[in-house]
Design a protein around this ligand. Sequence first.
Ligand code: ADP
Ligand code: MG
Length: 292
Amino acid sequence: ATPTSIMVGTGRAAELGVLFRQGEALQSLKEIGVVALDKTGTLTKGRPDLTDFVTANGFIETDALRLVAAVEARSEHPIAQAIVAAAERQSITLPATDSFEAVPGFGVSATVKGRKVDVGADRFMQKLGLDVAVFADTAARLGSEGKSPLYAAIDGRLAAIIAVADPIKDSTPEAIAALHALGLKVAMITGDNRKTAEAIARRIGIDEVVAEVLPEGKVEVVKRLRQTHGRIAFVGDGINDAPALAEADIGIAIGTGTDIAIESADVVLMSGDVRGVVNAIGLSKATIRNIG
Ligand code: ADP
Ligand code: MG
């Protein structure tokens, strides 16, 4: 494309809320074979609600929720906000916490009123040497409903299984269908539970799901998808997504996401609407056609 057609293309893109931070991206975007998207905050709203709280024998729901929410009040994870909001709805007052610790991709721990409280994914419980088998059926049901199960332990005993559900953005199904219409493979990469990820993927028409990916693992997934499907665009919003955005042939950040994601990207979608990805590809094709 000529410099003029690129200027026209990036100008037109800006009108559509698509910011090309790299002029080259406008040319290379049309050559991709696969679009991989982060789940939480990209395909979903990133604002989950607590939907289920099931205690193990010997634990009382209000007491367990009080301890769990006290720990989560120290975390900035969207899951944490869902749990704290649920406690607030029940007018539960949260006690102070000591020795708070967050383990990215796993969960959080703290001491509350002298009791040790751990909250996180099943792999976090495994790390702590706790067996979550008593909740296997419940976890499978929650996952098949597209909810994300997590677990709480109190004083080293499994105390509850908790589920949060993150609504899919209204624009997501249409965006995926449009990417398919362009002949592209569409993949989803997430740290979330496999069953949950598969249920959501089925609902929105994703071809390939890579779940239970640790924060530092997304880069490897991008490399692997490139080997299978060719040049790759990765779309994400979070701190965790920054290395994958840099690794992808085209990194596309959601403008409502974190600064570090935006700084690592070639293209920024000014709104949270993933149909911006489709617009960006369309503009790339139109600009190349204008070679005159
Ligand atoms: P995601 O993009 O799915 O949010 P993360 O890497 O942030 O991925 O977290 C992966 C998993 O670790 C979450 O799905 C959850 O099970 C667990 N986790 C992380 N942070 C917390 C937290 N503050 N409270 C409970 N669970 C957490
Ligand atoms: Mg995200």
